[in-house]
Ligand binder design. Sequence first.
Ligand code: 5GP
Length: 193
Amino acid sequence: MNINEKGNLVVISAPSGTGKGTVITQLLEKDPEFVFSISATTREPRPGEIDGVAYKFLSRERFVEMINEGKFLEYAEYVGNFYGTPVEPILECIETGKTIILDIEVLGAKQVMEKIPDALTIFIIPPSMEELEKRLRGRGTDSEDKLLARLKRAGDELEEKSRYKYIVVNDVVSRAVDEILSIIDTNKSKGLN
Ligand code: 5GP
């Protein structure tokens, strides 16, 4: 897949609780040419999550159908649920020259890296594991079991960071956002992503 001609594809991964959601929200506010890739998932919506905004919420059955229909650029299972990137909006953004931001975990990112080696890949890390646990507990949206599963997965995910082209520490959100903006800018001007 050649994404160089018109658009840019930016993959952002981070262990759960790194504050990646806040970073991405602020990033999207900075430039109207940034488009967020709305993933499909079989996870239950959290309070306040609207279908079709953060995620398209699907039954497991429908998700599997979409896999079989080849509708995903990538998909992966994460802590018991499926998550996948619908391919069509990606192609549309590339066609119109917009920058599309994918918020996906490491297994899905690996699939994107294989399919689109020129994708700009960024891994956000927390200042420390202690801080990560504090943030996850503070969020209070998961049962203890799920929280421990997310913490374990976070440790495993951190080991994958070297696969990414850039690593950004989320110490202060506004600083991390500025760093990502400048990474996107630099790569655009070099025509690398
Ligand atoms: P959460 O349940 O906290 O919203 O997301 C859990 C994990 O799934 C996060 O690491 C998030 O980046 C990842 N994720 C969200 N959408 C996708 C997707 O379309 N594909 C993959 N592979 N991971 C995703």
